[in-house]
Design a binder for this molecule. Sequence first.
Ligand code: URA
Length: 248
Amino acid sequence: MRLEKYISDSGVASRRAVKRAIRDGHVTVNGTMITIPGHPIDAESDDIEYRGDKVEPITEYIYLMLNKPPGYLTTRNDERGRPTVMDLLTDLPKSIYPVGRLDLDTEGLLLFTNDGDFAYRMMHPSHEIDKTYLVWVSGVLSNRALERLRNGVAITGGKTAPAKIEELKVTGTPKLTENRKTGNTAGVAKYRVVIHEGKKRQVRLMFKAVGHKVIRLKRVRVGTIRLGNLPQGKYRFLTPAEVTLLRS
Ligand code: URA
């Protein structure tokens, strides 16, 4: 078995994070530092340490979704002690970690697992898993701007793949993340956007590229999983059927 697969299967981190840790010298096999991912190991007899801790095979896989509030970092721990999504997951094994990432001010559906293989598949770009976002922006987009987003626009990180985008009615008074103080919702438009890539700050940068500022961003769907009416800040376990469907 490959070293990074064994470690990520144990639930300590995603396969991508483990590969990075191997390259950075944080992994030993029988006391020897290994810096090349792909190193073959014998899962029965080798003694493997990840960041100084012995890697133990996992006994139970966990899959859950959180409705992330704005203001929480998507990370397992923050050196500066700021609130992280892990603060919202109480009474759960330490081995779980977020599948992908939402920005500090982005809210909505965030998956967690300790199943490294599952996390790796979900995040691998080749699987092109659709992610649906509700986006509140200042100003209504012109047809030309919509067309540009649908075709792909240049942002930091490259040209985006074609996106699906439709305008929605702004109902009620949206709790605008960056507009809370004034509560001013005049001139706000709302869109549903579906993308399958995960470039850094992708949705915000896409709208910026066509001249509009995102003032609230909420992910409501990943692949076949919908956020539904899960309250903000709460989590729930995925059902076995949801996990099976996501895997397929
Ligand atoms: N796009 C963004 O800009 N931010 C996110 O958190 C997710 C997608």
